[in-house]
Design a protein around this ligand. Structure first.
Ligand code: HXC
Length: 260
């Protein structure tokens, strides 16, 4: 087999990134552009789309096609998908989250996050499905708490667990289309880390909790996505690649034994 991560790897390929105008989604869009893909970004806010397009053009990566779409709106997702045409890679990175104990979440607050994360992912998968080219793959961005539970973000945890489960179901139902997940640890510059590390002043505690003693870079998530979407991962489906600096590997007593 030929080594795969080479210049032009995704030339002529159409890559759709939801939530691709900020944070991890933007880093993923940037990475696929570096490997010459035709990138389509779906995002709710036009101002974020414009800033992302400017950012990528400023990096010398040329144009991206932007679509102002709320993944909760199935009809709008279907219309954008029709305009995009054939798809080789779909990355579901759109997310919505805010911290709060379960008792503080109204039915609408719960439903809003589940709607964005779980139903939104299903909406986009459903719409893109007829347009997937031979050899296509789907990547769903989840979170470590999809397995563990998520006090303080129960709505997001339940939704991400649903996405992880959907990943496996679709990997089987839609084979040979490959469907995988990527589970990021604490990543620099994301909305979640801005709130936890910066607003709540938890950066030193978070860094201490990570075996690698640092937050991850968004590009470290993007690199995992490049590989999973590449022909090098042609037999990899229905799995989740954990990219978290060792957080998941610590297990329940890791902090006690390592001083984390
Ligand atoms: C309690 C809240 C709340 C809060 C909103 N709600 N914020 N409840 N605490 N901080 C409630 C509202 O009161 C309302 O319920 C319901 O949620 C819907 O709120 P809206 O503002 O109308 O929703 P909307 O405009 O659709 O905004 C969606 C959003 C927003 C999720 C609430 O924050 C958003 O758009 N975020 C997008 C970006 C984002 O969140 N990125 C972070 C992803 S990070 P009522 O009952 O009043 O009608 C991630 C991983 C994090 O996913 C990892 C952390 C460890």
């Amino acid at each position: 087999m030929q080594d795969v991560l080479r210049p032009g790897l995704f030339a002529g390929k159409s890559v759709v990134v939801t939530g691709g105008s900020t944070g991890i989604g933007l880093a993923i869009a940037h990475a696929f552009k570096r490997f010459e893909a035709d990138v389509h970004i779906l995002s709710r806010k036009p101002e974020h789309l414009a800033a992302a397009a400017k950012h990528l053009a400023g990096a010398g990566l040329g144009r991206v096609t932007t679509h102002s779409v709320d993944v909760r709106q199935a009809d709008a997702v279907a219309a954008a998908t029709k305009a995009i045409g054939p798809v080789d890679v779909l990355v579901n990175a759109a997310a919505g989250n805010f911290p709060g104990p379960f008792d503080a979440l109204s039915a609408n607050a719960w439903g809003t996050v589940v709607d964005i994360v779980l139903n939104g992912t299903a909406n986009v998968c459903r719409a893109v499905r007829p347009n997937l080219r031979s050899g296509a793959s789907i990547l769903n961005i989840v979170a470590g708490y999809a397995w563990t539970g998520a006090p303080g973000v129960a709505h997001s945890g339940a939704a991400k667990a649903g996405v992880l489960n959907l990943t496996k179901s679709l990997a089987v139902e839609w084979a040979p289309i490959r469907v995988n997940a990527v589970s990021p640890g604490p990543i620099e510059g994301t909305e979640g880390m801005k709130r936890l590390a910066d607003d709540l002043g938890l950066r030193p505690a978070i860094e201490k909790a990570v075996p690698q003693r640092r937050l991850g870079d968004p590009d470290e998530i993007a690199q995992a996505c490049l590989w999973l979407a590449s022909p090098g991962a042609s037999y990899v489906t229905g799995t989740c690649l954990v990219v978290d600096g060792g957080m998941d590997a610590k297990g329940p007593f890791g902090d006690l034994l390592t001083g984390g």
